[in-house]
Design a binder for this molecule. Structure first.
Ligand code: HEM
Length: 494
């Protein structure tokens, strides 16, 4: 009752301000930033942005306001970069200026600007370089990581084999397999697929991913103080984060007890060694809290995006069985059925490679990327953008750019093939975002996507449970991430 007593007047106040400001002139709130749609006080452009389809709404606005425009998400202005060439001009050609991270209240409350993904300045540079070096040492970009992924793929195939004849939802098994790869790099061990602790952890990730792709999280980012008072699933997200923190802290404690200093077995050991080295330095970025957040970044970043890509990809192949059959024919011809495909085979599998790129383009798993912030005053396309400007790099708009891709709204692997059937890359392909803040795990993710997909397709035929024409590829949730609808996979051995 008391809550209603507080929120109703607040909402009335918001609406009154909205009505009052409706006739206000568009330019008045935009100051020197690029022009954009008329904004209301407090609500900004919220009423013009269809919640849950922010990516599409922003692309539509770009049709009216051009490739660089300003929207207000509540009171905060955000400069939107839409289409390949605007994204390139900013993130690639002015990489330094656009290398800051924009804050999101949802994340800020958990990370407090710590870790890699949501820090800035010297802390970000130090941690990012350290993590890149450490991940290389523990396998990324070397043969070792390939072995780890192949071992995990073998476990996944074993689980898939046990389902033969019975349709099942592949989400959980794919989550298990993908997460185990990053677990082995970060913690030095993998988990059994039935392990209750592991399953709980993955449920927390999945739940948070869904809430973060819902209007609750959108609203929290805009009106955090108000949402703190309102009931809703966003509170569960913070509980989930807290539980994840307890899990990671437990792992760190275990490592502290078991490790041999100077002989790191995994990412956490590596970080603890660096903490030892810098313990006298009061300015050091290597603190326990930073280790918790950095490990969380790798764990969360390394699980949901890759697993969602695999799941969405399987759904697409169910809709286009002729594409799956062509990939299988290429695998048979180039690799055969006796050996598991390896990364070195990728170049000799142009059609397969093109299909995997087209899956990533078509689904745009992080449609809005992660927000950037300007590290200094700069100019873009004739507009002055002051230091600190919040920037939305609309990655999906590059993938749907009709100048760069044929029929961009359709799934078409020839987008990545030349006339002779050779693989053809395209700079407008940017699921990992370009520039200095590019995804830290891009090469790991690409290796996983290739090795898991080819292992599955080499071994199994994917039978649709319903007619392919009835399969709807529209995301079930969209926001931070594009999440496919749940579906059943029916496998038969080839
Ligand atoms: C298909 C899989 C993946 C996709 C599509 C993806 C996409 C992205 C995108 C769009 C960003 C934001 C870049 C920017 O600031 O503009 C990002 C950042 C990041 N990703 Fe990924 N990612 C994937 C897999 C991974 C994996 C496997 C890891 C773990 C090793 C990872 C770790 C990170 C981290 C730590 C950042 C923050 C980088 C920074 O702020 O400097 N990601 N990712």
């Amino acid at each position: 009752m008391m809550l209603i007593g507080i929120t109703v007047p607040l909402l009335l106040l918001l609406l009154a301000l909205a009505r009052w400001g409706w006739g206000a002139q568009g330019a008045q709130t935009q100051e020197a930033l690029p022009p954009g749609p008329t904004a209301l006080p407090l609500l900004g452009n919220l009423l013009q942005l269809e919640s849950g389809r922010l990516d599409r709404a922003l692309m539509e606005l770009s049709g009216r306001w051009g490739p660089v425009f300003t929207v207000r998400l509540g009171p905060r202005p955000a400069v939107v970069l839409c289409g390949y060439s605007a994204l390139r001009d900013a993130l690639v050609l002015q990489a330094d200026a656009f290398s800051g991270r924009g804050t999101m209240a949802v994340i800020e409350r958990f990370t407090r600007g710590n870790g890699i993904a949501f820090s800035n300045g010297r802390r970000w540079r130090t941690l990012r370089n350290f993590a890149l070096r450490a991940l290389k040492e523990f396998g990324m970009g070397t043969r070792t990581i390939e072995e780890r992924i192949l071992e995990e793929a073998a476990c996944l195939l074993g689980e898939f084999q046990a389902t033969i004849g019975t349709p099942f939802d592949p989400r959980r098994l794919l989550d298990n397999a993908v997460s185990n790869v990053i677990c082995s790099v970060a913690f030095g061990n993998r988990y059994d697929y039935e392990d209750p602790e592991f399953l709980r952890l993955l449920d927390l990730f999945h739940d948070n991913c869904r809430i973060m792709s819902s209007r609750w999280s959108e609203m929290y980012n805009i009106f955090p103080s108000l949402l703190d008072w309102l009931p809703g699933p966003h509170h569960r997200m913070f509980q989930n984060f807290a539980e994840l923190r307890v899990f990671i802290s437990g792992q760190i404690q275990r490592h502290q007890q078991m490790r041999q200093p100077g002989e790191p077995r995994d990412f956490i050991d590596c970080f603890l060694d660096q903490m030892d080295k810098e313990q006298e330095d009061p300015e050091s970025h290597f603190q326990e809290e930073t280790l918790v957040m950095t490990t969380h970044n790798l764990f969360f970043g390394g699980t949901e995006t890759t697993s969602t890509t695999l799941r969405y990809g399987l759904l697409i192949l169910l809709k286009y069985p002729e594409v799956a059959a062509k990939v299988q024919a290429e695998l048979d011809a180039v690799v055969g059925r006796m050996h598991t495909p390896r990364l070195e085979d990728r170049e000799r599998l142009p059609y397969t490679n093109a299909v995997l790129h087209e899956i990533q383009r078509f689904i745009s798993v992080l449609p809005l990327g992660l927000p950037r912030a300007l590290t200094r005053d700069t100019h873009l396309r004739g507009y002055f953008l002051p230091k600190g400007t919040f920037v939305i790099p609309l990655l999906v708009s590059s993938h749907r750019d009709p100048i760069q891709f044929k029929d961009p709204d359709c799934f078409n692997p020839t987008n990545f093939l030349d006339d002779k059937g050779n693989f053809q890359s395209n700079d407008a392909f940017m699921p990992f975002a370009p520039g200095k803040r590019m995804c830290l795990g891009a090469s790991l993710a690409l290796s996983e996507i290739f090795l898991f997909f080819t292992a599955i397709l080499q071994r199994f035929c994917l039978l649709p449970v319903e007619s392919p024409t009835n399969i709807d590829l529209t995301p079930q949730y969209t926001g931070l991430g594009n999440i496919p609808p749940a579906f059943q996979l029916h496998l038969v051995a080839r």
